[in-house]
Write a protein that binds this ligand. Structure first.
Ligand code: 13P
Length: 349
Protein backbone atom coordinates (compact mmCIF):
# COMPACT_ATOMS: atom_id res chain seq x y z
CA UNK A 1 0.00 0.00 0.00
CA UNK A 2 1.23 3.49 -0.88
CA UNK A 3 -0.41 5.63 1.79
CA UNK A 4 0.80 8.96 0.37
CA UNK A 5 -1.01 8.23 -2.91
CA UNK A 6 -4.15 7.02 -1.13
CA UNK A 7 -4.14 10.22 0.91
CA UNK A 8 -3.76 12.30 -2.26
CA UNK A 9 -6.87 10.69 -3.76
CA UNK A 10 -8.80 11.08 -0.50
CA UNK A 11 -7.87 14.78 -0.34
CA UNK A 12 -8.96 15.27 -3.95
CA UNK A 13 -12.33 13.64 -3.17
CA UNK A 14 -13.00 16.34 -0.57
CA UNK A 15 -11.27 19.25 -2.36
CA UNK A 16 -12.67 22.71 -1.44
CA UNK A 17 -16.05 23.33 -3.05
CA UNK A 18 -16.36 19.77 -4.32
CA UNK A 19 -18.20 16.62 -3.30
CA UNK A 20 -19.25 13.22 -4.60
CA UNK A 21 -22.10 12.18 -6.85
CA UNK A 22 -23.51 8.83 -5.70
CA UNK A 23 -24.79 7.38 -9.00
CA UNK A 24 -24.33 3.79 -7.85
CA UNK A 25 -27.96 2.68 -7.58
CA UNK A 26 -28.29 -1.05 -8.15
CA UNK A 27 -30.49 -2.11 -11.08
CA UNK A 28 -33.33 -2.70 -8.59
CA UNK A 29 -33.05 0.75 -7.00
CA UNK A 30 -32.72 2.69 -10.28
CA UNK A 31 -35.81 0.84 -11.56
CA UNK A 32 -37.75 2.21 -8.58
CA UNK A 33 -36.51 5.75 -9.36
CA UNK A 34 -37.39 5.33 -13.05
CA UNK A 35 -40.84 3.94 -12.16
CA UNK A 36 -41.52 7.25 -10.39
CA UNK A 37 -40.88 9.19 -13.63
CA UNK A 38 -42.51 6.59 -15.91
CA UNK A 39 -39.30 5.50 -17.58
CA UNK A 40 -38.70 1.85 -18.45
CA UNK A 41 -35.41 0.76 -16.90
CA UNK A 42 -33.25 -0.90 -19.56
CA UNK A 43 -29.49 -1.09 -19.97
CA UNK A 44 -29.82 1.65 -22.59
CA UNK A 45 -32.07 4.02 -20.59
CA UNK A 46 -29.81 3.66 -17.56
CA UNK A 47 -26.80 4.46 -19.74
CA UNK A 48 -28.50 7.46 -21.38
CA UNK A 49 -29.52 8.87 -18.01
CA UNK A 50 -26.06 8.54 -16.50
CA UNK A 51 -24.38 9.85 -19.64
CA UNK A 52 -26.57 12.95 -19.32
CA UNK A 53 -25.24 13.54 -15.79
CA UNK A 54 -21.59 12.88 -16.60
CA UNK A 55 -21.74 15.29 -19.57
CA UNK A 56 -23.05 18.14 -17.39
CA UNK A 57 -19.92 20.24 -17.80
CA UNK A 58 -20.31 22.93 -15.14
CA UNK A 59 -21.40 20.57 -12.37
CA UNK A 60 -18.83 17.92 -13.21
CA UNK A 61 -15.83 20.22 -13.59
CA UNK A 62 -16.55 22.65 -10.74
CA UNK A 63 -18.60 20.86 -8.10
CA UNK A 64 -18.10 17.09 -8.40
CA UNK A 65 -14.81 15.54 -7.29
CA UNK A 66 -15.80 11.94 -7.97
CA UNK A 67 -18.65 9.69 -9.06
CA UNK A 68 -19.63 6.42 -7.40
CA UNK A 69 -20.64 3.94 -10.10
CA UNK A 70 -22.49 0.66 -10.10
CA UNK A 71 -20.85 -2.40 -11.66
CA UNK A 72 -22.97 -2.21 -14.84
CA UNK A 73 -22.08 1.47 -15.41
CA UNK A 74 -18.33 1.14 -15.00
CA UNK A 75 -18.25 -1.17 -18.03
CA UNK A 76 -20.66 0.88 -20.19
CA UNK A 77 -19.82 3.18 -23.10
CA UNK A 78 -21.52 6.46 -23.98
CA UNK A 79 -23.56 6.66 -27.20
CA UNK A 80 -20.45 7.73 -29.14
CA UNK A 81 -18.45 4.76 -27.83
CA UNK A 82 -16.44 6.65 -25.17
CA UNK A 83 -16.34 4.65 -21.92
CA UNK A 84 -18.40 6.43 -19.26
CA UNK A 85 -15.38 6.32 -16.93
CA UNK A 86 -13.45 8.38 -19.51
CA UNK A 87 -16.21 11.04 -19.54
CA UNK A 88 -15.81 11.35 -15.77
CA UNK A 89 -12.02 11.58 -16.02
CA UNK A 90 -12.22 14.12 -18.87
CA UNK A 91 -14.29 16.35 -16.57
CA UNK A 92 -11.47 16.18 -14.02
CA UNK A 93 -13.43 13.95 -11.63
CA UNK A 94 -12.44 10.57 -10.19
CA UNK A 95 -14.35 7.37 -10.98
CA UNK A 96 -15.31 5.21 -8.00
CA UNK A 97 -17.22 1.97 -7.59
CA UNK A 98 -19.76 0.53 -5.18
CA UNK A 99 -18.42 -2.90 -4.25
CA UNK A 100 -20.85 -4.18 -1.65
CA UNK A 101 -23.40 -6.67 -2.90
CA UNK A 102 -26.38 -5.42 -0.92
CA UNK A 103 -27.79 -6.71 2.34
CA UNK A 104 -28.86 -10.09 3.68
CA UNK A 105 -30.92 -11.07 6.72
CA UNK A 106 -28.68 -11.33 9.78
CA UNK A 107 -29.11 -14.73 11.46
CA UNK A 108 -30.35 -14.64 15.07
CA UNK A 109 -31.30 -10.96 14.73
CA UNK A 110 -34.82 -10.78 13.28
CA UNK A 111 -35.38 -7.62 11.24
CA UNK A 112 -31.70 -6.74 10.99
CA UNK A 113 -29.31 -6.87 8.03
CA UNK A 114 -25.68 -7.47 7.25
CA UNK A 115 -23.95 -6.27 4.09
CA UNK A 116 -22.55 -8.96 1.76
CA UNK A 117 -19.75 -8.89 -0.82
CA UNK A 118 -16.45 -9.78 0.86
CA UNK A 119 -16.03 -13.04 -1.06
CA UNK A 120 -13.83 -12.49 -4.12
CA UNK A 121 -13.56 -8.78 -3.27
CA UNK A 122 -9.77 -8.68 -3.73
CA UNK A 123 -10.11 -9.96 -7.31
CA UNK A 124 -12.94 -7.57 -8.15
CA UNK A 125 -11.00 -4.58 -6.79
CA UNK A 126 -8.11 -5.35 -9.11
CA UNK A 127 -10.42 -5.34 -12.16
CA UNK A 128 -12.03 -2.08 -11.07
CA UNK A 129 -8.63 -0.46 -10.52
CA UNK A 130 -7.56 -1.47 -14.02
CA UNK A 131 -10.74 0.12 -15.38
CA UNK A 132 -9.91 3.42 -13.62
CA UNK A 133 -11.63 3.28 -10.21
CA UNK A 134 -9.55 5.00 -7.53
CA UNK A 135 -12.05 4.78 -4.69
CA UNK A 136 -14.81 2.41 -3.60
CA UNK A 137 -17.92 2.39 -1.44
CA UNK A 138 -19.44 -0.14 0.96
CA UNK A 139 -22.69 0.65 2.77
CA UNK A 140 -23.73 -0.92 6.05
CA UNK A 141 -27.36 -0.39 7.06
CA UNK A 142 -28.41 0.04 10.68
CA UNK A 143 -32.10 0.39 11.40
CA UNK A 144 -33.55 2.00 14.53
CA UNK A 145 -36.44 -0.16 15.70
CA UNK A 146 -39.57 1.08 17.39
CA UNK A 147 -39.30 -0.96 20.55
CA UNK A 148 -38.00 -4.37 21.44
CA UNK A 149 -37.19 -7.08 18.92
CA UNK A 150 -37.78 -10.80 19.44
CA UNK A 151 -36.34 -11.98 22.73
CA UNK A 152 -36.57 -8.49 24.22
CA UNK A 153 -33.66 -7.11 22.19
CA UNK A 154 -33.76 -3.54 21.03
CA UNK A 155 -32.96 -2.77 17.39
CA UNK A 156 -30.19 -2.15 16.60
CA UNK A 157 -28.64 -5.02 18.50
CA UNK A 158 -24.98 -4.98 19.46
CA UNK A 159 -24.66 -8.01 17.16
CA UNK A 160 -25.81 -6.07 14.07
CA UNK A 161 -23.55 -3.11 14.86
CA UNK A 162 -20.57 -5.39 15.43
CA UNK A 163 -20.85 -7.61 12.33
CA UNK A 164 -21.49 -4.63 10.06
CA UNK A 165 -18.52 -2.70 11.50
CA UNK A 166 -16.35 -5.79 11.09
CA UNK A 167 -17.36 -6.15 7.43
CA UNK A 168 -16.74 -2.44 6.77
CA UNK A 169 -13.22 -2.75 8.16
CA UNK A 170 -12.53 -5.97 6.20
CA UNK A 171 -13.63 -4.15 3.04
CA UNK A 172 -11.57 -1.04 3.87
CA UNK A 173 -8.40 -3.06 4.49
CA UNK A 174 -8.84 -4.95 1.19
CA UNK A 175 -9.37 -1.66 -0.69
CA UNK A 176 -6.21 -0.10 0.68
CA UNK A 177 -4.21 -3.22 -0.21
CA UNK A 178 -5.53 -2.75 -3.79
CA UNK A 179 -4.54 0.97 -3.77
CA UNK A 180 -8.18 2.06 -3.71
CA UNK A 181 -9.53 4.62 -1.19
CA UNK A 182 -12.43 3.11 0.78
CA UNK A 183 -15.52 5.17 1.51
CA UNK A 184 -16.70 3.69 4.80
CA UNK A 185 -20.47 4.14 5.00
CA UNK A 186 -22.23 3.03 8.18
CA UNK A 187 -25.74 4.39 7.55
CA UNK A 188 -28.14 4.75 10.46
CA UNK A 189 -31.50 4.91 8.67
CA UNK A 190 -34.00 7.73 9.18
CA UNK A 191 -37.01 5.49 8.49
CA UNK A 192 -38.37 5.08 12.03
CA UNK A 193 -40.37 7.20 14.45
CA UNK A 194 -37.41 7.83 16.78
CA UNK A 195 -36.41 11.32 17.91
CA UNK A 196 -33.17 13.12 17.09
CA UNK A 197 -31.51 12.13 20.38
CA UNK A 198 -32.09 8.43 19.73
CA UNK A 199 -30.47 8.89 16.32
CA UNK A 200 -27.52 10.55 18.07
CA UNK A 201 -27.18 7.75 20.62
CA UNK A 202 -27.30 4.95 18.00
CA UNK A 203 -24.93 6.84 15.66
CA UNK A 204 -22.35 7.17 18.49
CA UNK A 205 -22.44 3.42 19.06
CA UNK A 206 -22.16 2.69 15.35
CA UNK A 207 -19.27 5.08 14.68
CA UNK A 208 -17.35 4.04 17.79
CA UNK A 209 -17.61 0.37 16.83
CA UNK A 210 -16.69 1.14 13.22
CA UNK A 211 -13.50 2.99 14.20
CA UNK A 212 -12.63 0.30 16.72
CA UNK A 213 -12.81 -2.33 13.94
CA UNK A 214 -10.85 -0.10 11.55
CA UNK A 215 -8.08 0.13 14.18
CA UNK A 216 -8.10 -3.61 14.86
CA UNK A 217 -7.77 -4.32 11.15
CA UNK A 218 -5.01 -1.69 10.72
CA UNK A 219 -6.81 0.50 8.23
CA UNK A 220 -4.87 3.73 7.63
CA UNK A 221 -7.26 6.54 8.50
CA UNK A 222 -5.42 9.04 6.26
CA UNK A 223 -6.38 6.90 3.28
CA UNK A 224 -10.16 6.67 3.75
CA UNK A 225 -13.29 8.81 3.63
CA UNK A 226 -16.19 8.46 6.08
CA UNK A 227 -19.75 8.62 4.71
CA UNK A 228 -22.10 8.93 7.68
CA UNK A 229 -25.73 9.89 8.19
CA UNK A 230 -26.53 13.23 9.75
CA UNK A 231 -28.20 13.31 13.17
CA UNK A 232 -31.88 13.76 12.33
CA UNK A 233 -35.21 12.52 13.72
CA UNK A 234 -36.93 9.57 12.03
CA UNK A 235 -39.24 10.45 9.15
CA UNK A 236 -42.25 9.16 11.09
CA UNK A 237 -41.51 11.31 14.13
CA UNK A 238 -43.88 14.31 14.12
CA UNK A 239 -41.32 16.66 15.75
CA UNK A 240 -39.20 18.52 13.22
CA UNK A 241 -35.84 19.92 14.26
CA UNK A 242 -34.23 23.18 13.24
CA UNK A 243 -31.31 23.28 10.83
CA UNK A 244 -29.12 24.52 13.70
CA UNK A 245 -30.06 21.58 15.95
CA UNK A 246 -29.24 19.02 13.23
CA UNK A 247 -25.93 20.77 12.50
CA UNK A 248 -24.91 21.11 16.16
CA UNK A 249 -25.76 17.52 17.06
CA UNK A 250 -24.10 16.09 13.96
CA UNK A 251 -20.89 18.04 14.64
CA UNK A 252 -20.97 16.87 18.26
CA UNK A 253 -21.31 13.27 17.05
CA UNK A 254 -18.40 13.60 14.65
CA UNK A 255 -16.12 15.32 17.17
CA UNK A 256 -16.89 12.57 19.66
CA UNK A 257 -16.21 9.65 17.32
CA UNK A 258 -14.10 10.53 14.26
CA UNK A 259 -10.31 10.82 14.60
CA UNK A 260 -8.73 13.94 13.08
CA UNK A 261 -6.54 11.75 10.85
CA UNK A 262 -9.56 11.07 8.59
CA UNK A 263 -9.18 13.57 5.70
CA UNK A 264 -12.85 14.03 4.93
CA UNK A 265 -16.43 13.28 5.75
CA UNK A 266 -18.92 13.10 2.87
CA UNK A 267 -22.52 12.77 4.03
CA UNK A 268 -25.28 10.66 2.50
CA UNK A 269 -28.64 12.41 2.05
CA UNK A 270 -30.64 9.43 3.29
CA UNK A 271 -34.11 10.61 2.26
CA UNK A 272 -33.87 14.24 3.40
CA UNK A 273 -35.42 16.78 1.05
CA UNK A 274 -32.98 18.31 -1.45
CA UNK A 275 -32.97 21.63 0.35
CA UNK A 276 -32.66 20.15 3.86
CA UNK A 277 -29.60 18.15 2.78
CA UNK A 278 -28.02 21.35 1.45
CA UNK A 279 -29.03 23.55 4.41
CA UNK A 280 -27.70 21.04 6.96
CA UNK A 281 -24.33 20.72 5.23
CA UNK A 282 -24.07 24.49 4.93
CA UNK A 283 -24.87 25.04 8.63
CA UNK A 284 -22.19 22.55 9.67
CA UNK A 285 -19.57 24.24 7.53
CA UNK A 286 -20.55 27.61 8.97
CA UNK A 287 -19.71 26.25 12.45
CA UNK A 288 -16.23 25.70 11.02
CA UNK A 289 -12.91 25.10 12.79
CA UNK A 290 -13.13 21.35 12.16
CA UNK A 291 -10.27 18.86 11.70
CA UNK A 292 -11.78 17.23 8.59
CA UNK A 293 -13.35 18.58 5.41
CA UNK A 294 -17.15 18.18 5.37
CA UNK A 295 -18.89 17.68 2.06
CA UNK A 296 -21.63 15.76 0.26
CA UNK A 297 -21.86 12.32 -1.29
CA UNK A 298 -25.50 12.56 -2.23
CA UNK A 299 -27.58 10.22 -4.36
CA UNK A 300 -31.21 11.28 -4.11
CA UNK A 301 -30.54 14.90 -3.06
CA UNK A 302 -28.48 15.46 -6.24
CA UNK A 303 -30.50 13.34 -8.65
CA UNK A 304 -34.19 13.70 -7.82
CA UNK A 305 -34.47 17.05 -9.65
CA UNK A 306 -32.58 16.04 -12.82
CA UNK A 307 -34.49 12.75 -12.98
CA UNK A 308 -37.79 14.60 -12.92
CA UNK A 309 -36.69 17.20 -15.46
CA UNK A 310 -35.38 14.50 -17.83
CA UNK A 311 -38.21 12.00 -17.52
CA UNK A 312 -36.60 9.75 -20.11
CA UNK A 313 -37.03 12.14 -23.07
CA UNK A 314 -34.11 13.05 -25.32
CA UNK A 315 -35.53 16.56 -25.77
CA UNK A 316 -35.29 17.08 -21.97
CA UNK A 317 -31.57 16.34 -21.66
CA UNK A 318 -30.66 20.05 -21.43
CA UNK A 319 -33.31 20.60 -18.73
CA UNK A 320 -32.04 17.58 -16.80
CA UNK A 321 -28.51 18.94 -16.98
CA UNK A 322 -29.63 22.37 -15.77
CA UNK A 323 -31.36 20.76 -12.80
CA UNK A 324 -28.25 18.74 -11.95
CA UNK A 325 -26.07 21.83 -12.35
CA UNK A 326 -28.24 23.75 -9.92
CA UNK A 327 -28.20 21.13 -7.16
CA UNK A 328 -24.48 20.54 -7.62
CA UNK A 329 -23.82 24.29 -7.30
CA UNK A 330 -26.00 24.61 -4.22
CA UNK A 331 -24.19 21.75 -2.52
CA UNK A 332 -20.80 23.05 -3.60
CA UNK A 333 -21.64 26.35 -1.86
CA UNK A 334 -22.85 24.42 1.21
CA UNK A 335 -19.57 22.54 1.36
CA UNK A 336 -17.92 25.96 1.83
CA UNK A 337 -20.60 27.30 4.19
CA UNK A 338 -21.61 29.87 1.56
CA UNK A 339 -25.13 28.73 0.59
CA UNK A 340 -28.18 30.96 1.12
CA UNK A 341 -31.83 29.88 0.89
CA UNK A 342 -32.66 32.65 -1.58
CA UNK A 343 -30.22 31.17 -4.09
CA UNK A 344 -32.67 28.28 -4.47
CA UNK A 345 -35.25 30.59 -6.05
CA UNK A 346 -32.75 31.69 -8.69
CA UNK A 347 -32.60 28.34 -10.45
CA UNK A 348 -30.65 28.27 -13.68
CA UNK A 349 -33.17 29.18 -16.36
P1 13P B 1 -28.58 9.03 -0.72
O1 13P B 1 -27.89 10.37 -0.72
O2 13P B 1 -29.75 8.96 -1.64
O3 13P B 1 -28.85 8.53 0.67
O4 13P B 1 -27.55 8.02 -1.37
C1 13P B 1 -26.23 8.06 -1.01
C2 13P B 1 -25.67 6.71 -1.03
O5 13P B 1 -24.71 6.45 -1.68
C3 13P B 1 -26.32 5.70 -0.19
O6 13P B 1 -25.54 4.54 -0.12
Amino acid sequence: MNLADLNKVAQAMVAPGKGLLAADESSGTIKKRFDDINVVSTEESRRDYREMLFRTTEAMTRCISGVILYDETIWQDARDGTPLVRLIEQAGAIPGIKVDEGTQALPNCPGELVTAGLDNLAGRLKKYYDRGARFAKWRAVIDIGAGHGTGGRKIPTMTAIHVNAHALARYAALCQAAQIVPIVEPEVLMDGDHDIDRCYEVSVRVLNKTFQELRIQRVALEGMILKPNMVVPGKKNPTRCSVEEVATKTIRLLKTCVPAAVPGIAFLSGGQSDEDATAHLDAMNRIGNLPWRLTFSYGRALQAAPQKAWSGKAENVAAGQRAFDHRARMNSLASRGEWKPDLEARKAA
